[in-house]
Design a protein around this ligand. Structure first.
Ligand SMILES: [Zn+2]
Length: 79
């Protein structure tokens, strides 16, 4: 069972500061045991996050944040 999670995280593959693997290590340090990497319009960081997560015992759910529009409003959808 997972205790603590964060399911909306951006890495340096979009507008975040840390590389995907660094995010996993930070999650481990903060006792977060399940995360989802949700970079803007890319899944490029998911593979690295999953590999590092498997080594360090942090479950990584592959994710994305899609930018789109609904009528004239900008909408971001987490997947
Ligand atoms: Zn976001």
């Amino acid at each position: 069972m997972y205790i603590k999670g964060d399911f909306h995280i951006h890495s340096s593959e979009s507008d975040g500061a840390l590389k995907p693997g660094e995010i996993v290590l930070l999650a481990k340090e903060r006792n977060i045991d399940i995360i989802s990497l949700t970079d803007h319009n890319t899944v490029k960081g998911n593979k690295q996050a999953i590999v590092v997560g498997n080594i360090h015992g942090v479950k990584v759910i592959p994710g994305i944040e899609l930018s789109t529009r609904y009528h004239r409003n900008q909408v971001h959808i987490l997947g």
